[in-house]
Design a protein around this ligand. Structure first.
Ligand SMILES: [Zn+2]
Length: 164
């Protein structure tokens, strides 16, 4: 699985983030709590469930809503974010997607890194800067980012890009 992460196109910072997530080493409230850092323990995106990287990236209602819009935009009918609740870890989730009938596995891997990275940045904006972006705006930003990645060399993503 790590091999696919390194092979698929993504900026280095996103690959490094993906690697940390897969190692379960990304900073979340759960980890901060264990180290005695002050926090309220709730996911900053939905404010309903305790935060973990699995919740944040593939279970959170906020993230699932963002994913549904992106998947619809790209016409990826075989990718169904509302079914991701069965994933037991981020790694498990990525494997589920890798094994699904998504049209291009490498496009999906790039997309996973891109959207996860954007959700992580949104989480940090809420935690550290107290600023929240509405779902619709975040989705628009992600679409722009997809276009930028394609221009920067993500040919795999270009294949699934809608013509506008
Ligand atoms: Zn949440």
């Amino acid at each position: 699985m790590h091999v696919t992460v390194w092979k698929s196109w993504a900026p280095p910072k996103c690959k490094f983030f993906a690697w940390l997530v897969m190692q379960n080493r990304v900073w979340t409230v759960g980890r901060l709590a264990r180290r005695g850092w002050p926090n309220c323990g709730l996911c900053p995106l939905c404010m309903q469930t305790g935060e973990s990287s699995t919740h944040l990236l593939c279970h959170c209602r906020f993230s699932v809503r963002v994913w549904c819009d992106i998947v619809q935009w790209l016409g990826l009918q075989d990718v169904i974010p509302t079914e991701w609740s069965t994933a037991t870890s981020v790694k498990d989730w990525w494997l589920q997607i890798a094994q699904s009938r998504a049209p291009s596995r490498s496009a999906m891997t790039s997309l996973l890194m891109l959207v996860s990275w954007e959700i992580w940045k949104e989480r940090n904006a809420r935690v550290f800067r107290n600023s929240a972006t509405p779902t619709a705006v975040l989705v628009r930003n992600i679409k722009e980012e997809v276009k930028l990645w394609v221009m920067a060399g993500a040919k795999n993503l270009g294949v699934v890009m809608p013509r506008e």
